[in-house]
Design a protein around this ligand. Structure first.
Ligand code: NAI
Ligand code: UGA
Length: 432
């Protein structure tokens, strides 16, 4: 069976390589010629641990190939996974332009039965809409099935998440299509949850929104903890010991970012309004997230005196560690805020690069951690890369002018840092 992956971004490349590793033949299709050319050479166009090795392995095995030609790709495939982007439109709704274009090329070029599985995160009712777009593009009535198969992987641990998912959601009305999906995934050990397409679509949004709600809840609590000198990390640990609450996604910080939580919550709010329902809790989730970094910048500025004319080092600019993705990264808002109030900023990240149009005589990126910290008055840790947790802080301290450490992810050992002579402040935890 030949599998076509439409869209070779984070989800597409990961999904394609997982199916290749499971023994299927895979074609990756993307209109971006630079991407398909680079992938064909075994070069990833983004950073994701472990993915490059698997890509090179299967370029060599010949079981995965990449193209920008939809006609050949659609004709040669039996199953098609839609992994194209669904970005936010200006009004917050999901922009389905790429989904529609992909559906139309399927309709236009298909010559026999296709199973189309939608991995992209799409609003309720999109799978039904897809049937119409494909049918309208067909010149002959050839049968096909559409299945909602939302993806739950995280950037930074994409391969592990895709090989070991907690569940495989299949939203479909056709028994034939359900059986085919089960065959494709039979080597993955995870429970199947078979349901209606609309329910599957809703499960994806509801899951992301719930995780973001957990984060905003603990982030808002961290502001109270700050005022009452209680350590939020201890509170979260104690809460998480209750298995009904669970330990995951209770790490307070400067807020969630990334290509999904912010856009999916906006899309969900838009949908709720469309269907005459209120999801007021999600308004609050967004509000807390948008104000979390500025709340703590104010707290930290008081500790330092002022950020004006100070040299600030930013450690980690990606929205989370182990990725080079800067989409909606809180670090970018922090950097802009610091520049606005007259600070000079030097950034470091093991993988992510600041876009060159942001760089100026007051904002630079350097490769070595020592150089980033040289003569700085304070550092702000924005994403918790292992390198920062393992760093030799005794040695690094010598490079700094003043020794203020603002830990935006609560990952450094506050007691230890204080003993070393740093003025250490985290998010809702302090040691003075
Ligand atoms: N990034 C993530 O961690 C996760 C993303 N998702 C969802 O998966 C979808 C894809 O996300 P990413 O992989 O991050 O997006 P991405 O932006 O990294 O990649 C999307 C790719 O689709 C390509 N594309 C656009 N139109 C196309 C067409 N007609 N045919 C073929 N390819 C086309 C683009 O050129 C781009 O390379 C989104 O709906 C997202 O919400 C779901 C779970 C995890
Ligand atoms: O739909 C998606 O795209 C994906 O969105 C998230 O994955 P991702 O955004 O890659 O990364 P997460 O690990 O969820 O982190 C998101 C943000 O939340 C922040 N976060 C996470 C956990 C936590 O306890 N606290 C916290 O602030 C992270 O720093 C990061 O900025 C979900 O976790 C995935 O299940 C989902 O598939």
């Amino acid at each position: 069976m030949n599998i076509l992956i439409m869209g070779t971004g984070y989800v597409g490349v990961t999904t394609g390589l997982v199916f290749t590793e499971l023994g299927w033949n895979v074609i990756g299709l993307d209109p971006d010629h630079n991407k398909t050319a680079s992938l064909s050479q075994g070069e990833l166009t983004f950073y994701e641990p472990g993915l490059d090795t698997l890509l090179r392995k299967h370029i060599e095995s010949g079981r995965i190939r990449f193209t920008s030609d939809p006609e050949i790709a659609v004709r040669e495939s039996n199953v098609i996974f839609l992994c194209v982007g669904t970005p936010s439109d200006k009004d917050g709704s999901a922009d389905l332009r790429f989904i529609r274009q992909a559906s139309e090329s399927i309709g236009q070029f298909m010559q026999d039965y296709k199973l189309i599985a939608v991995k992209s995160t799409v609003p309720i009712g999109t799978n039904k809409q897809l049937n119409q777009w494909i049918t309208d593009a067909q010149t002959l009535p050839i049968p096909f099935d559409v299945v909602s198969n939302p993806e739950f992987l995280r950037e930074g641990s994409a391969l592990n998440d895709a090989f070991h998912p907690d569940r495989i959601i299949i939203g479909c009305d056709s028994d034939q299509a359900i059986d085919l999906m089960k065959t494709l995934y039979e080597k993955i050990r995870a429970p199947f949850f078979v349901t209606k397409p609309k329910t599957a679509e809703m499960i994806k949004y509801a899951s992301n929104a719930f995780l973001a709600t957990k984060i905003s809840y603990v982030n808002e609590l961290s502001r109270l903890c700050e005022n009452i000198e209680v350590n939020i990390s201890d509170v979260a640990e104690g809460m998480g010991m209750d298995h009904r609450i669970g330990q995951h996604f209770l790490r307070a910080g400067i807020g969630y970012g990334g290509s999904c939580f912010p856009k999916d919550i906006k899309a969900m709010l838009y949908m709720a309004k469309q269907y005459g329902a209120e999801l007021s809790i999600l308004d609050k989730v967004i509000q807390v997230n948008q104000t979390q970094y500025s709340h703590f910048l104010k707290v930290w500025e008081q500790k330092l005196g002022t950020f004006r004319n100070k040299k600030i080092a930013i450690l980690g600019i990606s929205f989370k560690p182990d990725t080079d993705d800067l989409r909606e990264a809180p670090s970018i808002s922090i950097i802009q805020h610091l520049l606005q109030i007259g600070a000079t900023v030097r950034v470091h990240d093991p993988a992510a690069k600041l876009p060159s149009d942001l760089l100026s005589d007051r904002l630079e990126q350097v490769d070595r951690l020592e150089e980033t910290l040289e003569q700085c008055d304070a550092l702000i840790l924005c994403s918790e890369w292992e390198q920062y947790k393992k760093a030799d802080w005794v040695q690094l301290k010598a490079y700094m002018n003043q020794h203020f450490v603002f830990d935006g992810r609560n990952v450094l050992d506050g007691n230890h840092m204080t003993k070393l002579g740093f003025h250490y402040y985290g998010i809702g935890r302090h040691y003075h």
